[in-house]
Design a protein around this ligand. Structure first.
Ligand SMILES: O=C(O)CCC(=O)C(=O)O
Ligand SMILES: [Fe+2]
Length: 320
């Protein structure tokens, strides 16, 4: 014979324990009283104090145990306009493993950031060049580059040479005025680096690669898309002695994530990109760094770097 299905106990505001242990009407009332008493105790200041302590202990431990946690120091926030900030760091031994060039090989090392060298207008023009050039191709993954010197442009999972691929057509996309702007910007960055590191600007030579970059949150498809790994530019690019980055979009407005991070022993320092912001630093292991993964939007920048070794110098990009 089919038994009448029993009604499930109605779950009220009481705890699961009160429902589970109720045996008969009397037992049910007693446990309900206990659970109401429990409910009241959560409103007492003592209970809140205990609760706060439970949360605070792991938080304090986390901050104490992981002083190298990212975002400990913000070198440059997107919201501020910086005249010139310089952070000295002791030079690494790296330069000793390379040919020395008196008056250029870093003796003074560090990192600098300024919003006062490249104007907003110039940065916007550079952004338009980056957008136009990179729109001709683009990686399937999250990082695309356009190398002005070699002409390499990310395309799918590979690169094409824009100068060969598009030929004369390219002159309409990347004009001689665009190259003039690049050369002008490059010259002022070179001068700024020389002044900051007490060098003669003529002892610094433009080196390769010099490229526009575009980053977004697409999943990486090849190793070239994995821009977020910690690295040392002198190791990655060989010839670099002084790296400069000119940012062409704004952190938190145009994209999320994508902050530049210097990785140090005790604290990491973040630099938030901003249109027209110039950052430069000595390229050795004293300036180990990485870029955070971009979480939304598109981030544009251009890398313009210098070597002390004339054998590694390249000519300014031009159509002429
Ligand atoms: O775009 C950046 O902020 C830095 C990129 C970088 O570290 C590199 O290209 O070596
Ligand atoms: Fe780098």
């Amino acid at each position: 014979m089919a038994t009448k299905p029993r009604r499930r106990p109605r779950v009220t505001g009481e705890s699961w324990a009160a429902v589970g242990t109720s045996r008969g009407a009397a037992g049910g009332k007693a446990s309900l009283k206990r659970s109401h008493a429990l409910g009241r105790s959560w409103r007492s200041p003592l209970a809140w104090g205990v609760f706060a302590l439970i949360l605070a202990v792991p938080a304090v431990y986390f901050l104490w145990a992981y002083p190298t946690g990212e975002g400990m120091e913000v070198l440059a926030s997107q919201h501020e306009t910086l005249q010139h900030k310089f952070y000295p760091v002791p030079c690494s031994q790296d330069y000793g493993n390379h040919k020395q060039f008196t008056g250029c090989t870093p003796l003074k090392c560090g990192r600098a950031v300024t919003d006062a060298v490249i104007t907003h207008q110039e940065a916007k023009r550079m952004l338009r060049i980056a957008e136009a050039g990179l729109s001709l191709g683009g990686s399937d993954g999250g990082a695309s580059i356009l190398d002005l010197h070699s002409g390499a442009l990310s395309m799918g999972k590979k690169f094409v040479n824009i100068y060969g691929y598009y030929g004369e057509e390219m002159k309409e996309i990347l004009t001689e005025e665009d190259f003039q702007l690049y050369r002008n910007v490059k010259r002022r960055i070179q001068q700024e680096i020389a002044t900051t590191f007490d060098l003669d600007a003529n002892s610094l030579y433009l080196t390769k690669p010099t490229f526009f970059s575009r980053m977004n949150s697409s999943e990486a498809k090849t190793a070239h898309d994995e821009y977020w790994h910690p690295h040392i530019d002198k190791v990655t690019y060989g010839s670099f002695d002084y790296t400069s980055l000119l940012y062409l979009s704004d952190y938190s407005r145009d994209f999320g994530g994508g902050r530049f991070i210097f990785i140090d022993e005790k604290t990491n320092s973040t630099l938030e990109p901003r249109l027209g912001r110039l950052s430069f630093f000595t390229s050795g292991s004293e300036n180990l760094h990485r870029v955070e993964k971009v979480s939304w939007g598109t981030r544009y920048a251009i890398t313009i770097s210098f070597t002390c070794n004339p054998d590694h110098s390249i000519m300014d990009p031009t159509w002429l």
